[in-house]
Structures are given as C-alpha cells and as structure tokens.
Design a protein around this ligand. Structure first.
Ligand SMILES: C[S@@+](CC[C@H](N)C(=O)[O-])C[C@H]1O[C@@H](n2cnc3c(N)ncnc32)[C@H](O)[C@@H]1O
Length: 254
C-alpha cells in the first residue's frame, strides 16, 4: 500500500483546521467536469446513491425542499424531476453554483430551482421553512458536524424529512483492503487521467479524508448526532458494500 504523501497528509489536516476555506479552494477548481468526474471517482455508484437519498424525500410529497452543498445542482435537478416541489440549493463555493445555474437554465428548470451562496453552518432561513432537506458529501467539510446537523434540522418543519448521502468505508476483512487499494492507488491516477491535476488532488485526498472522518465520527456517532439534532426515525443504509452511506430521518415534533 503506498504511503500517504506529505501533500495529502497536509490536505487532510487543513480540511479539519479550516474547512470552509479548504472546501472553497478544492471545489473552486472543479465545476468544469464535475458531473462526469464524480461518477468516475465513485466507481459509477454516485447516481444510485443519489437516487436512494432522493427516494426518502419523494415519498413525503414536499412542496419545498432545501438542498445543502448543492454544488452544480445535480441533486436539486433530481429533486425537481421527481417531485413538484420548489427547490432551493445552497453552497459555499460560488464557482460550483455558477456551474449549477448553467445546468438548471439549460434544463429549463429555473422556474422551480433557485440557487444561492450560503454556509451549511449558518443558513439564511427561518426555523421550519422547508418540508424536506437533502445534503450531500458535506460533513467532512465542516468543523462541527453535530452543530451543523442541528442547523440543518432547524430549517425543516416538524415531521419533515432530512436525507443525506456521504461516502462510507467498507467493512474489514475483505472489502476494506480492496477499498483502500482503490482509493489510494487507483483514484489518484483515475483523477489525473480524467480531470488533470485538480482532480488528481481530489483523488489523493478522498480516501484518507473519508477514513479520518469515520475514525472521529463512526456511523453510530452519526446516528447519535442526528438524534441530538432533533431528528427521529433515523435510518442508515450502507450501499455498494459500504462505499456509500445514505441516511434519513424526520424532524421531531415539539
Ligand atoms: C462533493 S460536492 C457535492 C455537490 C452535489 N451535492 C453533488 O452531489 O453533486 C460537495 C459540495 O459541498 C460544498 N460545501 C462544502 N462545505 C460547505 C459548507 N460548509 N456549506 C455549504 N456548502 C459546502 C462544496 O462547495 C461542494 O460544492
């Protein structure tokens, strides 16, 4: 197994020390080919995971949905395709949002989807504004995941659904070493070949960042953070041998 380079170790440390700035630096360079490359880097699984996350929202027939960390609006578009809701997408990185606006306009969805810059840690909405909320690949980029979850839950009405997608770490003994090999040896090269240096950087960072995140916040801790944020009926669905993790819950009444 190749050792982590100094650059990768430093990137993982920075993502924890100054997460907002790190995320802006990282994602500010990616919007060009983001939608193709996220499929490459997830081994073609991102689409399935996203569908499972959106399924949890569709069933509740929401009139309004907030998609946090919307990036180039892939989830917001899926929500608009599969519900009649008005969708608001927010993200920290303006370059990603600009890519999102182009896609939403090209798909003729600008009447149903609006996109705006905002931080998940401090949402510019009143309590209980939305019927449902989704967030994707977010919690590795915030300093305090429990506080961020509480902020996300705050803007959802009681009984409304919160649904999320994050990368996961497959279990030992067989799949963990295979996943490590893939993330450490294949991803950086796949990133470089398909998207150049910026994507090689993401490819090298992703595996170590995911592992570090679950060392600090194992899945049971995620469930406890969701419950602590005022969410109930919390469900965890590992997908693709644990490489993806879809979670959902409902905002508690009272
Ligand atoms: C991997 S991308 C996911 C984009 C999109 N949801 C998707 O699935 O295609 C993660 C996004 O999270 C955003 N992000 C990171 N930290 C954030 C924060 N604190 N508040 C809002 N967005 C954040 C990044 O700018 C980036 O666009």
């Amino acid at each position: 197994m190749p050792q982590l380079s100094h650059t990768t170790r430093r990137a993982v440390a920075r993502s924890r020390e100054e997460p907002n700035r790190f995320a802006r630096d990282l994602f500010g360079r990616l919007p060009e080919r983001y939608d193709v490359l996220e499929e490459v880097l997830s081994f073609g699984q991102n689409r399935r995971w996203r569908t499972a996350m959106v399924d949890a929202v569709v069933a509740g027939h929401p009139a309004t949905v907030l998609d946090v960390a919307t990036g180039t609006a892939g989830v917001a578009l899926a929500l608009a395709d599969r519900t009649n809701a008005r969708v608001v997408g927010v993200d920290l990185t303006e370059e990603m949002l600009r890519g999102g606006i182009r896609r939403v306009t090209a798909r003729g969805r600008d009447g149903r989807i609006s996109l705006a810059a905002a931080r998940a840690e401090q949402l510019p909405f009143r309590d209980a504004t939305f019927d449902a909320l989704t967030f994707t690949y977010l919690l590795r980029y915030v300093a305090d995941p429990a506080a961020t979850l509480a902020e996300l839950a705050r803007v959802v009405r009681p009984g409304g659904v919160v649904s999320s997608l994050e990368f996961g770490v497959p279990p030992p003994p067989v799949w963990r070493p295979a996943w490590r090999l893939y993330t450490r040896a294949v991803l950086p090269v796949a990133g470089l070949l398909s998207g150049g240096r910026a994507w090689a950087r993401v490819g090298s960072f992703l595996g170590p960042s995911i592992e570090e995140h679950y060392r600090t916040y194992p899945v049971e801790k995620h469930v406890a953070m969701w419950t602590g944020a005022g969410l109930e009926d919390v469900r965890v669905r590992p997908m693709s041998l644990g490489g993806g993790l879809v979670m959902s819950g409902r905002r508690r009444h009272g």
